[in-house]
Design a binder for this molecule. Sequence first.
Ligand SMILES: Cc1ncc(COP(=O)(O)O)c(C=O)c1O
Length: 437
Amino acid sequence: MSANNLSGYWMPFTANRQFKAAPRMIVEAEGMYFRSSDGRDVLDGTAGLWCSNAGHGNPRIVKAIQTQAATLDYAPPFQMGTPIQFQLANRLVGMAPEGFSQVFYCNSGSEAVETALKIALAYQRARGEGTRTRLIGRERGYHGINFGGISVGGIVGNRAMFGAMLAGVDHLRHTHDPARNLFTKGMPLHGAELADDLERMVALHGAHTIAACIVEPIACSTGVLVPPQGYLERLRAICDRHGIMLIFDEVITGFGRVGAPFAAQRLGVTPDLITMAKGLTNGTVPMGGVLVRSGIYETMCDAAAAGAIELPHGYTYSGHPLACAAAMATLDVYEEDGLFERAAAIEPYWQEAIHTLRDARHVVDIRNLGLIAGIELAPGPHGPGSRGHEIYLRCWEAGVLIRVTGDIIALSPPLIVEKAQIDRIVETVRTMLKDID
Ligand SMILES: Cc1ncc(COP(=O)(O)O)c(C=O)c1O
């Protein structure tokens, strides 16, 4: 393809000029592999973009989408329902931690975050706490790219071009502590006390002004920061003490990525709202959602006048029939193939394999939990991110898709990954690191 016919598409989160000068095209996918336009099979070390948990082209999911498209292509979601939306909602509630009772649909992780923030504000108001309008996020957090998400998010580069953000947002410090936690397998020992930042925000702003605190249980997009032992428990306790809602953004960590339906279950801490997307439909049809803890929906309904809409929020494509069908089939696959259990079973192998890279060239830290790993490299001579980009390109050429954030390699293979494929991912990274400056 020439550069000319690539010009019309303004690609997301892409250095467009650089990409279009040397494009990488994917044209097919099956199981653990992508097929590139030059006919190579590329091993998927990232489940696409943290979403294809069951691998690619699963025939049961494909069939469900095809059948649904032929039966009911679309139904308006406001003041109208279609049975599959309710079936899926009940199923998701059944998978959620105990005490959750509703799900609100949207179309992406970013929309799930906006939805969760709005539910938190509206709920506080409905329960007579309308002064609680502040939202607390965390440094290095990624909550998608809409205005609420980048406001509570803490990735500076995603905010800097876009003005003043939402008012009334503050941030906890991130939990990365290389001085104490380098090369930790699983959850780091040190740093639970960083949750006390929330107490400092209460002291500074007053609890009566704070509606919610949102964190990723494992901060993935920033380069994989695993929560210190005890940290999330402490955050939960502080939220409870002060009437602050706790939101877990589980857009990545949901649906088996950590060997359980949600990280909340794996880590034993229950938030009030859980955002989800990605693995919900195995990445096949865009869909997101927010799981809601019991009492919230009821309070909102009770506060609304008879016949009034209790939450003025929703999208044209909320609960889209194709997305619901894709999600139902995806949940079937997860269940029938035991993929969450599979992820849990292979996690020790994954962990040990990844940590063999400790001695590889340029590696300064390794972090992991579930089927997620972050491998941090020392920045190269051409500035931050250049070494990361080079390793990414080299692995692609060598037939392995990895992901990089700056100089941190982030790995998250589909949950169907075999041990030999884990070995190949690790050995490719090791070999490529040997060759670069
Ligand atoms: C934790 C988290 N929240 C939100 C999002 C945004 O999801 P989307 O890209 O579907 O809008 C992401 C995407 O990676 C994410 O990791």
